[in-house]
Write a protein that binds this ligand. Structure first.
Ligand code: FAD
Length: 279
């Protein structure tokens, strides 16, 4: 059972709980991306098991009529076993979604996985247009070139600041430099893509920037935020007519995800501490 304090950040442990979470947020015009918690499987059986769960989840979403899609992690569906296995599972999941008018996002993990992840995305997006979206990280120095490479690819792009500590040889390591790169990448996407732009951030400055650029360029875009983070802002933006999409992890492996959320922000540590001491 999920600890009550962790419940804020996850959509439950099972598919029915995740769908019920989705239904509640859909009532506030917030769309939901469901991510089955799990990563870094070094054996094919576990990667297959999670791939199968995504196929079931996509069926259940399609049958439910809910406004939801899924997001997979490369190392969850085979990348730590081999690039071929990852691409095979990724293609299978997207093909399944494509047949059901559903949508699949792919998260981006550490820099050693970037090439394999992007090569698979490019090939699968060409095969199943507008059924797939890829996350790219502005902290990586290569990302501007990658955005140019994908400017005409028929898939969505989620741009984020980047969650992995990478070496200075490949990444901006200073927070101000990451923010500057993020601003530049957002501007590039809004100036050069008419659709399929997702800004994955809780940062009020970046969300305002996206709104201004959409007014200027007419870009079709969405704001993506995590479950349990700035939910008032999620609702306010949705009320203003902005497309808001909440990334909602679910599943049995919620403990390490919960620790990550708590560690990244001192307010969350206080929130967790208050919950533990009952105040
Ligand atoms: P930060 O730079 O952390 O903070 C900027 C400002 O935002 C803060 O000053 C504050 O005003 C506000 N803020 C931020 N967090 C909070 C909070 N908890 N409560 C209140 N205010 C807050 N990273 C990857 O590497 N790969 C992925 O695939 C990936 N997918 C993501 C998907 C989504 C939908 C989101 C939202 C993030 C994803 N990330 C991913 C994580 C991302 O890279 C950042 O690490 C994370 O979003 C923190 O950056 P930020 O832009 O939200 O703001």
């Amino acid at each position: 059972m999920i600890l009550p304090i962790a419940r804020r950040f996850v959509a439950g442990e099972t598919i029915p709980e995740a769908l019920e979470h989705t239904r509640q947020y859909n009532e506030d015009d917030i769309s939901v991306i469901l991510n089955l918690l799990g990563e870094h499987y070094d054996n094919a059986a576990e990667a297959r098991e999670d791939t199968d769960t995504y196929l079931t989840l996509i069926d259940d979403i399609a049958e439910s009529g809910l406004d939801a899609c899924v997001s997979v992690k490369p190392s969850q569906i085979g990348l730590d076993v081999s690039a071929d296995l990852f691409e095979e599972h990724y293609r299978e999941i997207v093909a399944h979604a494509h047949e059901r008018d559903a949508f699949v996002w792919c998260d981006m993990e550490d820099v050693d996985t970037t090439d394999d992840t992007l090569d698979a995305f490019e090939s699968i997006a060409e095969e199943y247009p507008w059924s797939v979206g890829q996350c790219l990280q502005s902290n990586l120095k290569r990302t501007r070139d990658d955005l140019e490479r994908f400017v005409d690819v028929p898939g969505k792009i989620r741009i984020v600041k980047g969650a992995y500590d990478e070496p200075a040889s490949v990444a901006y390591t200073d927070k101000a430099d990451v923010n500057e790169a993020y601003r530049r990448d957002i501007e590039y996407l809004f100036e050069n893509r008419e659709q399929g732009v997702a800004v994955g951030s809780h940062d009020p400055e970046m969300i305002s920037l996206a709104g201004r650029l959409a007014d200027e360029h007419g870009t079709d875009y969405e704001i993506q935020m995590l479950t349990g983070v700035r939910e008032d802002a999620q609702r306010d933006l949705a009320k203003q007519g902005v497309r808001v999409v909440q990334y909602a992890p679910y599943g049995k492996k919620w403990l390490s995800y919960f620790y990550r959320r708590v560690r990244e922000r001192k307010e969350n540590v206080l929130f967790a501490a208050r919950a533990v001491i009952g105040r």
